[in-house]
Design a protein around this ligand. Structure first.
Ligand SMILES: Nc1nc2c(ncn2[C@@H]2O[C@H](COP(=O)(O)OP(=O)(O)O)[C@@H](O)[C@H]2O)c(=O)[nH]1
Ligand SMILES: [Mg+2]
Length: 232
């Protein structure tokens, strides 16, 4: 991560000696909030097939859901600024495991993706059971980050997930991913349209890009707040 003062003016070298700011980086007014997850240690705990698995210690969990390839693992890595932590894949995977990552006060859970085109009927049923079990039955679940690709209208599976999420009664934060792929004007149009398709106000959605970093600190801030509310 670049520090606030590194914006490429020729004065940078001099400022290094004269600047009064040592220690914690200051957030730059043009850049929005600092990311509260960057300074925290994080470790992979394990992958589990059982949606009600006991993970010790008991802490609140924030889960990431969305179709395969929407950018869940990349987003998780960007949020904690650890590029290789969760495995990023160019080809949609068919894993049906819950991947737990531990921060000091809560877990991040990378859930399996849906909408994998070639999945068999029994794989779909297994997925449905896993997700229903997790989203409805897990009492440590403090919030869900739901990812949708900004470039595509919601799929049938996105609709089904929306129903499952709303039936679960959990706090959900929708984020439209890969916004770096669109021009500024296409972005504004797509945001409006996709939000309308989902019955959301554009303000209820966080735009994000794991590549450019847009929206990452904002999402991290929301995640910390949701986890904190749960443990309070
Ligand atoms: N341009 C762009 N590509 C992304 C972004 N996030 C993920 N990707 C790419 O999308 C593909 C799937 O990402 P991954 O994180 O594995 O998705 P997952 O299946 O939902 O976990 C990979 O090729 C990533 O490099 C993003 O913000 N911008
Ligand atoms: Mg993944």
């Amino acid at each position: 991560m670049k520090a606030a003062g590194q914006r490429g003016s020729g004065k940078a070298g001099k400022a290094g000696n004269e600047g009064a700011h040592r220690g914690a980086p200051l957030s730059h007014p043009d850049r929005g909030p600092a990311n509260p997850l960057h300074a925290q240690p994080i470790e992979f705990v394990g992958s589990f097939p059982d949606p009600l698995v006991r993970v010790e210690p008991r802490l609140p969990e924030i889960a990431f859901v969305g179709r395969s390839n929407v950018g869940k693992s990349s987003l998780l890595n960007a949020l904690v600024d650890r590029p290789g932590l969760a495995r990023v894949s160019g080809t949609p995977g068919k894993t049906t495991l819950l991947n737990f990552y531990r921060l000091p006060g809560f877990y991040l859970v990378d859930l399996p993706g849906y909408g994998f085109a070639r999945a068999s009927k029994s794989a779909r049923t297994g997925y449905q059971r896993l997700m229903t079990g997790y989203l409805r039955g897990r009492d440590t679940l403090a919030g869900i980050v739901w990812l949708l690709d900004i470039r595509h209208p919601p799929s049938k599976e996105d609709r089904e997930m929306q129903e499952l999420l709303s039936a679960s009664g959990r706090p959900v934060l929708a984020t439209f991913t890969k916004v770096d792929k669109l021009t500024r004007s296409a972005l504004a149009n797509q945001t409006r349209q996709l939000a309308r398709f989902l019955g959301l106000e554009p303000e209820q959605v966080q735009l994000s890009s794991s590549r450019s970093g847009l929206g990452i600190a904002e999402l991290a801030t929301s995640i910390v707040a949701a986890a904190g509310e749960r443990s309070a």
